[in-house]
Write a protein that binds this ligand. Structure first.
Ligand code: FMN
Length: 362
């Protein structure tokens, strides 16, 4: 039975007290549309702004590299310099004016970074046998935490409502969390407390600088799926609680399919597990195959507080408004390049979709 005590169209408050006008977020989506120097392009600006104007209460950017060695593809947005921040500032104001909370997703690719794109060697919690990347030293780790902190400060100064630390999908923070990719025996490896230390330190450092009026979210994979390796759902729940203690004011769970129960605990849904473990004032955002209003409402009934839309958000820029009518059927594609252009999805983004999500493109 659907619990309608709150609906996707009702407001929600993050733990910090920041209010979102509704419970619909645009999920973070890489679009490879940024300028070569990592500054925001006109195309990426209009892609995000169009969704804010379409009624998404929260608009999350693509994964934005916090230091060059974390860059994982060409055309990725960066937030390491004043020039990056200056390119983002007008959009931050426009998102705000459209009534949307603009959130920058802070990203570091770790062993999945791309030295050809960044020009810098990759690093990870542990080295690999063929020297494709090196093991992060204590000094590297301190520098990386400082890089997240500096990017968050640039995001705040540029006028964003907050940041989301990308701790999911097998990128650097998730590589540290991983029981299989992190072989360290120092304070950054071993127990889950040690493997979560990097994320905790990042969140603490950002929270230290921004006590008020700045949202800090953490995105986590619930358990192994796609590129996530060595992620256990019971540990992920423990990590989510640690993140809240460190100062996070929302948790964003990436499950890839909101209708599936946990693989490890098939009798229970990940949303329910996380919701039961977290304080009531910390909203749980969830993403994974939500296309219709009914599916979104079902995620809320399971305990989510906010739904994040990926592909449905690409194809339906007015999703929050359109989902008000129960009999509305969302566009699922495939669309032509011209049809994408009409909904502010530019050619670079379409090329990326053609490569990674070919079923969306005609
Ligand atoms: C084109 C595309 C790019 C994505 N890029 C990112 C990203 O930069 N960061 C991230 O955390 N997730 C990324 N994701 C995952 C989405 O945020 C989302 O979790 C996933 O698509 C499942 O939601 P959906 O079924 O509504 O599409 C991406 C997904 C797509 C389709």
């Amino acid at each position: 039975m659907i619990d309608n005590s709150h609906t996707i169209h009702s407001p929600v408050w993050l733990a910090s007290g920041i209010r979102s006008a509704n419970r619909v977020a645009l999920a973070p989506m890489t679009n490879r549309s940024s300028n070569a120097d990592g500054t925001l392009s006109a195309s990426e600006r209009s892609w995000l702004l169009r969704r804010a104007r379409g009624g998404f209460g929260i608009v999350i950017s693509c994964g934005v590299y916090v230091s060059l060695e974390g860059q994982s593809w060409p055309g990725q947005l960066g937030l390491t310099t004043q020039a990056h921040a200056d390119s983002l500032r007008p959009m931050a104001a426009e998102l705000r004016a459209a009534g949307s909370l603009g959130i920058v997703q802070l990203f570091h690719g770790g062993l999945r970074a791309n030295p050809d794109a960044s020009g810098v060697a990759a690093l990870a919690p542990s080295a690999n046998s063929d020297d494709a990347w090196s093991e992060a030293t204590e000094a590297d780790i301190a520098r990386i935490i400082a890089a997240y902190r500096a990017s968050a400060a640039l995001a705040a100064a540029a006028g964003f409502a907050g940041v989301e630390v990308h701790g999911a999908h097998g990128y650097l923070p998730a590589q540290f969390l991983s029981a299989t990719e992190n072989a360290r025996t120092d304070q950054w490896g071993g127990s889950i407390e040690n493997r979560a230390r990097l994320l905790c330190e990042i969140v603490r450092a950002v929270r230290d600088d921004h006590h008020e009026n700045f949202a800090i979210g953490v995105r986590l994979s619930s358990e192994d799926a796609r590129q996530s390796r060595g992620i256990d759902i019971d540990e992920s729940v423990a990590v989510a609680k640690m993140m809240v203690e460190a100062g996070a004011d929302f948790i964003h769970l990436s499950v890839w399919d909101c209708d599936l129960n946990s693989a490890k605990h098939p009798e229970i849904h990940p949303i329910t597990l996380f919701r039961d473990a977290l304080p009531a004032n910390v909203p749980l955002m969830v993403a994974g195959k939500i296309w219709t209003g009914a599916e979104a409402q079902r995620a809320l009934a399971r305990g989510a507080d906010i739904v994040a839309l990926g592909r449905a958000g690409i194809l339906n820029p007015d999703w929050p408004e359109r989902a008000l009518s129960e009999d509305w059927a969302p566009e699922r594609g495939p669309l032509t390049e011209d049809e994408f252009a009409e909904i502010s999805v530019g050619n670079a983004f379409v090329s990326y979709l053609r490569e990674k999500w070919p079923q969306l493109v005609k």
